[in-house]
Design a protein around this ligand. Structure first.
Ligand SMILES: [Ca+2]
Ligand SMILES: [Ca+2]
Length: 110
């Protein structure tokens, strides 16, 4: 499995969390679409967060920043599917509502 990792404090609790997106050069069993958010349990390990609202991706990159200055970082994700040459299939910003993330902004690829 090929992934790209972002270190981000999505809960703004002072502990760095980890977000993984798929970065494989092919899809399938060896490179499944990936979206994993791992919550830092106060320096005592990490827990996989369920139902994040973030989409599974391949060929993806991600960066997080606080776009609306509410103290919680948003997720910006770009990805494409491997059936379309180098076309940008998706570029979207996901709003962080105090720890729960949802697509809150229009897709930039439309
Ligand atoms: Ca955190
Ligand atoms: Ca924010």
């Amino acid at each position: 499995m090929e992934v790209l990792a972002a270190i981000v404090d999505y809960l703004s609790d002072g502990y760095s969390d980890i977000y993984l997106v798929g970065y494989g050069n092919s899809s399938g069993t060896n490179n499944p679409a990936t979206s994993e958010l791992w919550k830092n349990d106060g320096g005592n390990g990490f827990s996989l967060v369920q139902n994040t609202g973030l989409p599974p991706t391949t060929f993806a990159t991600t960066a997080w920043a606080d776009f609306d200055k509410d103290g919680f970082v948003e997720a910006f994700i770009t990805s494409r599917d491997n059936t379309t040459s180098n076309a940008l299939a998706n570029a979207a910003l996901y709003r962080n509502n105090g720890g729960t993330v949802s697509l809150g902004y229009p897709s930039l690829a439309d």
